[in-house]
Design a protein around this ligand. Structure first.
Ligand SMILES: [Zn+2]
Length: 244
């Protein structure tokens, strides 16, 4: 016989109802907002439902305040199949769909405006991705995409030719787009990318702003042998998605 779980209860039972896709997407949106990776109306998140449709956040809403009922379900052509009356899907829907159409193994897409990532891209400061094991493991090599006007189809057009080149995309002067088979890893990649950018900014400050010195500095890059070990861990953990 199973017992109902109460927060103060003493039961060790596993809760009977799994968290729904909509609840998980809302939880991730709130976490991005709480950590300052999105502010105001920024950001959008989506995941692929078992039937193949996409669940995505609405346009023009504060993502830290949304509820599961605010989400929209769209098909791979972007047609709205379900959602609140009058609601529009995210203004970056085209970028999300470009990923899902090209990469059947991707199950979640997170677009945020992580401040250090945006600062690095605006300054032309390279991310020191081969310097930190977590960056090698979780983010993989970031792909820098040239500037596109946000909330237009330009972003999807620029992304499309490079959509298979990595799992973390830096949108110049704008933000990040991270993808993964599941929402947890797509979310973790956004956080790891921001952490990598913070490290890169700090390193740049300590070195007196000499970008060329940083990028050429071998002591800031892990050795080839260490990178090979990390690549093996990455494959074992299932974080090396598809061709990356
Ligand atoms: Zn954006």
């Amino acid at each position: 016989m199973t017992q109902t779980i109460h927060p103060q209860g003493e039961s060790n039972e596993v809760p009977q109802r799994a968290t729904s896709a909509a609840e998980r997407l809302v939880r991730a949106a709130r976490a991005l907002f709480d950590r300052g990776l999105i502010v105001g109306l920024d950001g959008n998140l989506s995941l692929r439902l078992p039937a193949g449709d996409i669940l995505i956040t609405p346009s023009g809403a504060v993502k830290g305040w949304i509820e599961p009922r605010d989400l929209l379900r769209v098909d791979l052509q972007g047609r709205v199949l379900a959602g609140p009356p009058g609601a529009r899907a995210s203004s970056e829907l085209a970028m999300h769909l470009a990923v899902y159409r090209a990469r059947p193994g991707v199950g979640a897409v997170v677009h945020a405006h992580p401040p250090s990532v945006v600062a690095c891209s605006a300054l032309g400061l390279p991310l020191l991705a081969a310097a930190l094991p977590e960056a090698v493991l979780v983010t993989g090599p970031p792909v820098l995409l040239p500037y596109a006007t946000p909330s237009t189809d330009e972003g999807a057009a620029i992304l499309a030719p490079q959509v298979n080149d990595g799992d973390c995309f830096v949108l110049e002067r704008h933000g990040s787009l991270t993808v993964a088979p599941g929402l947890d890893l797509a979310f973790a990649r956004t956080e790891s990318l921001e952490q990598l950018a913070r490290f890169s900014l700090l390193a740049w400050q300590v070195r007196g702003g000499l970008v060329s010195e940083l990028t050429l500095s071998s002591e800031l890059t892990l050795s080839a042998a260490k990178l090979a070990e990390l690549a093996a861990v990455r494959r074992r953990m299932g974080w090396a998605t598809e061709a990356v």
